[in-house]
Every structure is written in structure tokens, then in C-alpha cells.
Design a protein around this ligand. Structure first.
Ligand code: AMP
Length: 478
């Protein structure tokens, strides 16, 4: 815990005017991310900060880039990249508030949805700080209307959201054009592997600052339930889903047939569930994974083989419909649960016949496995929850030169939905998927259908949360 002294802004090397301004904004004490992150940022180091909106992170990079700003030079000195226009507007506003005792600091937002030529005109007049969304920033770089050769600081804000929205390639193109000698600050609520990869490529000796608890050093909670027979096993699965209502749960079965049967039965009972196994064609596998990872399907029922290589960083629960044959597979399965800031939970259903697998696990854990009582059967009368998100599929992709930014722009322009209602965007060769909040799905589809992407109309449709593909490969693996 920081002491009073170290949590006061005056412990930092900030200009007295800036300190006075912070006091006038009501910033009395530093928030934890500020107490840990501001010092290395002000020293000019690269910093990775795991922090959410509301943590005070904007001031961490805002004070950092303002502290080294030269107001007499009207070339762009700092670039802040954000996933959505709403966030960019918010960040620009906060930077302006932080800069209000400094004369003449020009902060410009450069996002999709505003006429390009007007932005180009504003950029021509010069700006110290540009806050924008990746797609539009790349457009300006390509057309030469934005020049970043004098850039001193790059900020990637909500980096995980930007990757979720499919901006990785765009980010790499932008970063490739920046001066090598610069400070790079990366802010992200979660820290999946993709972020680590980007960080190692674009940052230099970054200092990592984490204030939220993560599941790294915490154990996964495991619960075991005894089932009498297959009928009770099926009920037990529904009971666990109804009790815990996970947004994303991965259910492991032993055979592909079982995955289909279980997923179909869950759907019959109103759950949003889909099977993943080796008999799916690549196209259907892609679609299944997209829908699960973008949270428009809540339950993925899979075999071990099919789930291999699944890269999902926020799973609320893993359910072992059948406990795995060996300990290593079991540990691998349950190791997938958890999201930043919370522990993962694993539920395993075991019958007497599976006693030998339990004994192996007890040996490994070095303690007896105690089974718990299942949730009460009266829960079976309750309705299953619906996913928060819905997926729209667009019949156009990379081959048609569609980029994530185009889709975001088409959804959020005039009469569109808010950027905050848009989830993951996945662009494949010939198709693209975009997740939108379920209650905004109809308006989102109407906007896409009425509008154009890259000057062309593309067919778009909503994937019903009960849609399952019936296509199968003729010869199947597992
Ligand atoms: P952020 O996480 O950057 O979006 O900030 C969330 C809100 O907290 C913003 O309205 C900030 O103005 C405010 N804020 C940031 N740092 C402090 C602080 N040290 N004391 C009080 N409010 C703060």
C-alpha cells in the first residue's frame, strides 16, 4: 500500500501549475495505477499498465505526454490510439482538462465517422497531441495528411479491445511508420498472449504495472459432483449452468457424438450452446469459435482435440462433463478458466465408474477429492440466460478489402449504434463477423443493410443464437 506521501501528486516531478490544476480538478490522492505508473512514465520509460477505465489511467499517460510537450512545436508529438470514437473523445477531453493551465496545447481527435477532408484541414494547422482510432489514423498516414516523424510518445489505450476489434494489422502498419526512438505506453484491462507478443515487438524494456489482482498466482477453484447415471449427468450440467450462469463456459466431452448430443439438448432447454469437434468443416469451425469468443454463444461443448489451440482469454467456467482420462489433460482443461481480476472455476461430474480417474487425480493433488451436493433440482424450472452479444455475418472480407475499421465506421455513423455496443470484429477472406450487443442487433443490421462498405453493398445477416451448422466433412478426424 502506498503511504500518504507517496500517494500525493506532489511526490512527483510535476510543474507547480500542473499540481495546482490537479488540486482544482479534485485529484487529491493518486489512484493505485497513478501511484505505481506515473513515476516510470515521467522518467520516460516504456510502461505496460494493466488497468481498466475508471482507474485513473488517462491521467497516467496524459500527465506523461504533457510533461514533455513542447508547445512551440506544432508537429504531432504524441499519438493516443483508442478502440472507439467514444473513448477517443473522452480521452481527448481528459487531456484538455489536465492541460488547462498550459497555454496553447492543441489536442485533436481523429476518428472515423467525421469527414476526412475536414480532419485533413485541421491536421494541416498543426496539433501537439492526436487522439484517434486506428483505421482513420492509418488512412491519414497513407494519404500523407498526418505526419508522425517527430512523435515522442505513442499510447495504446485499451489495447486488448483494439485487438478484439481486429485492429492488430492496422496497429502494426501505424507503428511501423513511427520513429524508433520514442516512448510507448500500453494500457489494457486484460493481458492475453497477443498483447504480450505486441509488447515485446514494439516496446523497449517495458516496466509492467499491475494493480488489479490477476489469476496468475491464484489457484483455480475446483468443484466435484457425483452423478448416479447418464440422466443425472445431463441434469447436473444444466443445474450448474443455471446456478452459475457463466457468460462463457467450456464443456468437455469424450466423443464428438456426445458433443453434438449435449449441445443439442442444451439448446432444446433454451441454452445458447454449440458443439466443436473435428468433423466440422473449417468454415464452420471458424464461425463456431468466433461466436463463442465474441460472447454471442455462452456454452461451447468440445472434445479435447477440438479445443486444442483455442485462444480464449476470459472463460468463466470449465465443466468436465466427463472427467479427463489423465491428470495432465485435466490440468490443461481447467487451466483455461479465469479472467483478469477473478479466479476461474472448474466443475467436474464424476460417476462411480470413473473412480480410477479420480484416484489418479487425488494422487496428484495429494488430498482426497470431496464431492459436493448439486444445486437443487427446482432450478431446472428457471429459464436459461441469453447471451449479451449477437453476431452479424457480412458476406465480404479481406478479398473485398474490408477492414475492421470499415465495419466499425459503417455501424456507428449517423443513425448507427454506439461504438461501446460493438464487440469483437473478425475479418476472414470472404466473410466478416461483428459482435454487437444483443439489444442493438436489429438496429445494427438495419444500418449495415442500408449502408455501404468500401462503396459497395454487402449482404449481412444476424446469426440466430440457435443456429447450428449441419454441414460435416465427409471423412472425419476426432
Ligand atoms: P480514467 O480511468 O482515466 O477514465 O479516469 C476515471 C475518472 O477519474 C476521470 O473522471 C478522472 O478525471 C478521474 N480521476 C483520475 N485520477 C483521479 C484522482 N487521482 N483523483 C480523483 N479523480 C481522478
Amino acid at each position: 500500500m502506498p503511504t500518504d506521501r507517496s500517494s500525493s501528486f506532489s511526490s512527483l516531478e510535476l510543474h507547480p501549475d500542473v499540481l495546482r490544476n490537479l488540486a482544482s480538478l479534485g485529484f487529491e490522492k493518486m489512484t493505485p495505477i497513478q501511484a505505481h505508473g506515473l513515476a516510470p512514465v515521467l522518467r520516460g520509460q516504456d510502461v505496460i499498465a494493466q488497468a481498466k477505465t475508471g482507474s485513473g489511467k488517462t491521467a497516467v499517460f496524459g500527465l506523461g505526454l504533457l510533461s514533455k510537450l513542447d508547445p512551440t512545436n506544432f508537429e504531432v508529438q504524441s499519438l493516443v490510439l483508442c478502440p472507439t470514437r467514444e473513448l477517443a473523445d473522452q480521452v481527448a477531453e481528459e487531456i484538455r482538462r489536465l492541460a488547462r493551465t498550459m497555454n496553447n496545447v492543441k489536442v485533436l481527435t481523429v476518428c472515423g465517422g467525421t469527414p476526412f477532408r475536414i480532419q485533413a484541414g485541421s491536421l494541416e494547422h498543426g496539433a501537439h497531441i492526436v487522439v484517434g482510432t486506428p483505421g482513420r489514423i492509418e488512412d491519414h498516414l497513407r494519404k500523407g495528411t498526418l505526419k508522425l516523424h517527430n512523435l515522442g510518445t505513442l499510447v495504446l489505450d485499451e489495447a486488448d479491445r483494439m485487438l478484439d476489434m481486429g485492429f492488430q494489422e492496422t496497429l502494426e502498419i501505424i507503428i511501423g511508420q513511427l520513429p524508433k526512438k520514442r516512448q510507448t505506453l500500453l494500457f489494457s484491462a486484460t493481458y492475453p498472449q497477443q498483447i504480450q507478443l505486441i509488447a515485446t515487438r514494439v516496446m523497449q524494456d517495458p516496466v509492467t504495472v499491475r494493480v488489479d489482482a490477476t489469476h496468475d498466482n491464484e489457484t483455480i477453484r475446483q468443484h466435484f459432483y457425483k452423478v448416479r447415471d447418464e440422466r443425472q449427468r445431463r441434469e447436473a450440467l444444466r443445474l450448474l449452468l443455471l446456478k452459475h450462469r457463466p457468460e462463457s463456459a467450456l464443456v468437455f466431452c469424450s466423443t464428438k457424438r456426445e458433443t453434438e448430443e449435449i449441445a443439442a439438448e442444451l439448446r432444446e432447454h433454451g441454452f445458447s450452446a454449440i458443439a466443436l469437434h473435428g468433423d466440422l468443416e473449417q468454415r464452420d469451425r471458424d464461425q463456431t469459435l468466433v461466436r463463442f469468443s465474441n460472447r454471442s454463444v455462452s456454452v461451447l461443448v468440445a472434445t479435447d482435440v477440438a479445443a486444442r489451440g483455442l485462444d480464449i482469454d476470459a472463460l468463466d467456467a470449465v465443466i468436465n462433463y466427463h472427467i479427463a482420462r489423465d491428470v495432465e489433460v485435466h490440468l490443461h482443461r481447467i487451466g483455461r478458466t479465469g479472467r483478469a481480476g477473478s479466479k476461474g472455476t472448474a466443475y467436474s461430474l464424476i460417476s462411480d465408474k470413473e473412480g480410477y480417474k479420480v484416484a489418479l487425480l487425488e494422487d496428484y493433488l495429494d488430498h482426497a477429492i470431496v464431492t459436493e451436493a448439486l444445486p437443487p433440482e427446482t432450478l431446472l424450472r428457471e429459464a436459461a440466460g441469453r447471451p449479451k452479444m449477437a453476431t452479424i455475418v457480412i458476406d465480404g472480407g479481406k478479398k473485398q478489402k474490408i477492414r475492421p475499421g470499415d465495419i466499425l465506421g459503417a455501424l456507428t455513423g449517423e443513425n448507427g449504434i454506439a461504438g461501446t455496443q460493438v464487440g469483437k470484429i473478425n475479418v476472414f477472406d470472404m466473410r466478416s463477423f461483428v459482435a454487437v450487443q444483443a439489444d442493438a442487433a436489429k438496429s445494427a443490421l438495419a444500418k449495415l443493410t442500408a449502408g455501404k462498405l468500401k462503396g459497395r453493398s454487402f449482404r449481412s445477416r444476424l446469426i440466430s443464437s440457435h443456429a447450428v451448422s449441419k454441414r460435416r466433412k465427409r471423412v472425419g478426424g476426432s
